[in-house]
Design a protein around this ligand. Structure first.
Ligand code: NDP
Ligand code: BG6
Length: 610
């Protein structure tokens, strides 16, 4: 078993320790193909991931061993080749000074490390804000699931960091009590949990204290035991303290030998200006490719499958344009309110909380052109192009709503402003629907409808693709009625719950007559696959450890996303637009139907035959 690392960081220089220890071959222009190759990358782990990808692919299934061997040989040589190319071009964009062709000594080191590096490298994961809701609910369970599945490196340590006073034992107790994850009912779960908890530690500290991060660094070093250290910091804290924490971690607890990466949770600002300011501040201490901006919807199985569906099935890609698609709908609904998060939510609202990130990211993946490759930069380049081709959103193409209290069956459900952390006169939308347009050759004139709401009648997230009517359809008369919308083909990608993909087709009802109905060609994941679906956070944490950036948001993507929504948000707030009130547990404001109708669309999730 081998691992691979380079000594390139010693040849870089920068004022920030994060920057100076940064290990990738950096091309700071994000629109270019990145030459990043993370230091200390473990080839066997990489192969596990690659094998996983191969196995996932229905066409490329095979013995991953041959692939891994070739990949290993290729990667061992890759930095030498890239180093030579970069030195020759002496790109001024390369931060940290010129990189030279590795000496024979360095090459020998590479070989030694590639032969025995696994024992010599380690990953330390620090969950900053470990006492919080997200850490308990998602991060620790995801880390345990990765451990259970054998996806974490052999040597790893997990540190919880927060201001709350806690001992290691108390952290372990907290983690074990909240470790509700898909692994729960598996064999040896208890045993594995014991092993996992032994690797979890806690450090009490302030987020803006260099001294406390120095103490953390000391503890991390003890666990790393002289191995090549790679460090991942997960910022699971409110956004107003992101920069303080990054500054301290950067100066006092970054790795001195391997890579240092930081996962940043949303919200990434409130608008273009605040987002740009956050990016600028973070970049004082980090390179762009050390920043992993998480959008957990990109880690969801069905979202990950979107590109597979599109680009590996001949039957879909040719239809993927204005010629055949009448409209596309991105729908998010939750059947509960902002319970417990009202303080955060009131400052952001549903457009910032769900639309500007989760739904827009899915839209970009859905609508992008075929990328040159599956390389992170190629995919993100295409997503940015889509975002930049979008027409500014008009207020008249948007409906906002807020849920109000309702009583059903003797039970009273609270309204949004009943939440104690929400001002009584709050106009913050808990529901929004919008029509967006992409002004490019593929999508000209096709409405992309988004709908997101809290406290609705159901919890679901789905993508609905409604195709055009069949021109001169011979069977219109047999489809029962004159409503042509009832006969349109619709492809539904159900992200959650009950993950699945189905296609609504017109079919002859068996019998002597000629009557048509709409039936579903249905791929229900639970019926087709016995394997459970990993949580989005598992995939994203593993990607961050492996240095895979494909599912994380690049800064120019973020800028483009904010550029699209900022003017709209400003207008709504300046005009103090009053949201349409809808009862808790209902289907949302009626205005959403009028908005769809204005664009000749019917919401697919509200049709009788969903
Ligand atoms: P919490 O509000 O639970 O905060 C996390 C921890 O940060 C707390 O336990 C607390 O730890 C510390 N903290 C809280 N407020 C402050 C403050 N004003 N000053 C200093 N420290 C503070 O957040 P969540 O865990 O819910 O979320 C973490 C991040 O993830 C946030 O950015 C959030 O927006 C984002 N997020 C959360 C989701 C969720 O479902 N919870 C979903 C998606 C994103 P201590 O007092 O011990 O220092
Ligand atoms: C978060 C939002 O990003 O996503 C929450 O801040 C929302 O408001 C959550 O509840 C939904 O995530 P999921 O994975 O439960 O659909």
């Amino acid at each position: 078993m081998s691992s691979f690392s380079t000594s390139l960081s010693s040849r870089t220089s920068s004022s920030s320790p994060f920057l100076s220890n940064h290990s990738s071959l950096i091309n700071s222009d994000p629109s270019r193909r990145s030459l990043s190759f993370p230091q200390g990358i473990n080839l066997d782990d990489l192969c596990v991931r690659s094998k996983r990808k191969l196995v996932q692919s229905s066409v490329a299934v095979g013995d991953g061993f041959g692939f891994c061997t070739i990949l290993r040989l290729f990667l061992m040589r890759l930095p030498l080749v890239l180093g030579a190319v970069i030195t020759k071009s002496s790109s001024p964009e390369l931060k940290g000074g010129p990189l030279s062709i590795p000496s024979q000594e360095a090459e020998d080191k590479l070989v030694i490390e590639s032969n025995g590096g696994k024992e010599h490298s380690t990953v330390s994961i620090t969950v900053v804000g470990a006492s919080g809701d997200l850490a308990k609910k998602k991060i620790f369970p995801a880390l345990f699931a990765l451990y259970y599945e054998g996806c974490l490196p052999e040597h790893f340590t997990i540190y919880g960091y927060a201001r709350s006073k806690m001992t290691d034992a108390e952290l372990r107790d907290m983690v074990s009590k909240t470790l509700t994850c898909r692994i729960d009912k598996r064999e040896n779960c208890g045993e594995k949990m014991e092993e996992f908890l032994k690797r979890c530690f806690y450090h009490t500290g302030q987020y803006d204290s260099q001294e406390h991060f120095v103490a953390l660094d000391k503890k991390l070093k003890e666990h790393e035991g002289g191995r090549l250290s790679n460090r991942l910091f997960y910022l699971s804290i409110p956004p107003n303290i992101f920069v303080d924490a990054v500054k301290c971690a950067s100066s006092s607890a970054s790795s001195s030998s391997g890579w240092t990466r930081v996962i940043v949770e949303k919200p990434f600002g409130r608008d273009s200006k605040t987002s740009a300011a956050l990016t600028k501040s973070l970049k004082q201490y980090l390179e762009e490719d050390q920043i992993f901006r998480i959008d957990h919807y990109l880690g969801k199985e069905l979202v990950e499958n979107l590109s597979v569906l599109r680009f590996s099935n001949l039957i879909f890609e040719p239809l993927w344009s204005r010629q055949y698609i009448q409209n596309v709908q991105f729908i998010f609904s939750e059947d509960f309110g902002t319970e417990g998060r009202g303080g955060y939510f009131d400052h952001y609202g549903i457009i910032r909380d769900i639309m500007q990130n989760h739904l827009l990211q899915i839209l970009a993946l859905f609508a992008m052109e075929t990328p040159v490759s599956l390389d992170a930069e190629d995919i993100r380049n295409e997503k940015v192009k889509v975002l930049r081709s979008m027409r500014p959103i008009q207020l008249e193409d948007v409906v906002i709503g807020q849920y109000k209290s309702t009583t059903k069956g003797g039970v009273t459900y609270p309204g949004y402003t009943d939440d104690k952390t929400v001002p009584k006169d709050s106009l913050t939308p808990t529901f929004a629907a919008a029509a967006l347009f992409i002004d490019n050759a593929r999508w000209d004139g096709v409405p992309f409808l988004m709908k997101a709401g809290k406290a609705l009648h159901t919890r679901s997230a789905e993508i609905r693709v409604q195709f055009r009517h069949v021109p001169g359809n011979l069977y219109n008369r047999n489809s029962g009625g004159t409503n042509l919308d009832r006969t349109t083909n619709e492809l539904v990608i159900r992200v959650q719950p009950d993950e699945g993909i189905y296609l609504k087709i017109n079919n002859k009802v068996p019998g002597l007559g000629m009557r048509l109905d709409q039936s579903h060609l249905n791929l229900l994941y639970s019926a087709r696959y016995s394997k459970e679906i990993p949580d989005a956070y598992e995939r994203l944490l593993l990607d961050a450890i492996e240095g895979e950036r494909r599912l994380f948001i690049r800064s120019d993507e973020l800028d483009a996303a904010w550029a699209l929504f900022t003017p709209l948000l400003k207008e709504i707030e300046e005009k103090k637009t009053i949201p349409e009130f809808y009862p808790h547990g209902s289907r949302g404001p009626v205005g959403a139907h009028y908005l769809a109708a204005k664009h000749n669309v019917q919401w697919g999730d509200l049709s009788l035959d969903q």
